[in-house]
Design a protein around this ligand. Structure first.
Ligand SMILES: Nc1ncnc2c1ncn2[C@@H]1O[C@H](COP(=O)(O)OP(=O)(O)O)[C@@H](O)[C@H]1O
Ligand SMILES: [Mg+2]
Length: 318
């Protein structure tokens, strides 16, 4: 039922508290969709990447195939916002150097270095990388599935298209206004520079703005995008899961499913039966059952959940 709800959406986000099973569930959903013939890309945005570890391989910022399942496939990538920041600032630097007299070069360089470390630039670079991944997936993948960072990060990230026109513009505007090079940077950003009105940098900034606008339209369209929340059946994680669902509603991001992971199985032992009852009470006491989205439970499993076979076993339960 969960896979049916996800089947036709191009863009999926898997989110929840740290350690609840987001990476495991994301890869299992990917395999489930691949088994139905989809070409799926799983992209990790959690700085504490564990996608490669789950698949017993190493991944980086370039996508590669993890598995061929049925007529479909699962590729994986661990997004690295640092490389986006560096790539982008290298472009800024080249443009500035061409516009500034040599004596201002070293001051301009240190300005750029500070911009790279400014609060928010990492997060907005990640959003840019997410938007870029979605754009590049067109025609190559049927579904892009983001394995996201713990709750707070993800909702902040997804609200960025609303709040941000682009981190570079902000950084360039807000710092070192008194310096001569700041005026140059300002002119690069606003395009008032007659010497180089269509600079590569300005084109990059425009491309980013249009990416953010596309991204915003996609993440709020229930035919295109769905968010799957993952939680444990315990009071605190359940409360946090409901908060996340509220936040997503506020951002008008469609909820496509709820996964309650590591549910204690019944009939194994008195201990697990007691746990199961406590969990059922916690689920009922929460308002989670009122969420209008498919809800699936995955039992606590005894085996080591790494490698393709283990992931396929979890996928069979979705
Ligand atoms: N249903 C399950 N049964 C047993 N262990 C699980 C289950 N789901 C996840 N795990 C284990 O819990 C740990 C955290 O899972 P992971 O998917 O990495 O969580 P997250 O991505 O949310 O941090 C991993 O060691 C994983 O193998
Ligand atoms: Mg993870």
């Amino acid at each position: 039922m969960l896979l049916e709800s996800l089947h036709d959406r191009k863009l999926l986000f898997i989110g929840g508290k740290g350690g609840v099973g987001k990476t495991t569930v994301a890869s299992s959903i990917a395999c489930g969709l691949a088994a139905r013939g989809k070409r799926v890309l799983v992209a990790s945005t959690d700085p504490a990447h564990s996608l490669g570890h789950l698949w017993r391989t190493s991944l980086n910022d370039t996508a590669r195939q993890l598995a061929a399942v049925g007529n479909g496939s699962v590729d994986g990538v661990e997004l690295d916002p640092r490389s986006t920041v560096e790539r982008h600032l290298a472009g800024v630097e080249a443009t500035m150097m061409s516009l500034l007299p040599e004596r201002l070069h070293s001051a301009a360089r240190s300005h750029i270095l500070r911009a790279a470390d400014a609060p928010g630039s990492h997060e907005s670079a990640m959003l840019e990388r997410v938007a870029e991944t979605v754009e590049n997936a067109q025609g190559v993948y049927d579904t892009v599935l983001f394995d996201t960072a713990p709750t707070g990060h993800t909702t902040r990230l997804l609200s960025l298209p609303d709040r941000l026109e682009g981190w570079t513009e902000q950084l360039l505007r807000s710092r070192d206004r008194s310096e001569r090079y700041a005026a140059t940077m300002q002119s690069i950003v606003t395009g008032r520079n007659s010497r180089n009105p269509e600079s590569d940098l300005r084109k990059t900034l425009h491309r980013r703005k249009s990416r953010f606008a596309t991204m915003r339209a996609m993440i709020t369209d229930a035919e295109v995008c769905g968010f799957v929340t993952v939680t444990l059946a315990e009071r605190m994680p359940l409360a946090e899961c409901l908060d996340l669902i509220e936040d997503l509603r506020g951002l008008r991001i469609p909820i496509a499913g709820v996964v309650i992971n590591r549910r204690s199985p019944r009939g194994e032992s008195a201990l697990l039966d007691a746990r199961h009852r406590l969990e059922t009470d916690a689920i009922e006491a929460s308002k989670l059952l009122r969420t209008e989205a498919p809800l699936v439970e995955i039992p606590l499993l005894a085996d080591d959940l790494t490698g393709e076979d283990a992931i396929l076993r979890v996928a069979a339960r979705l």
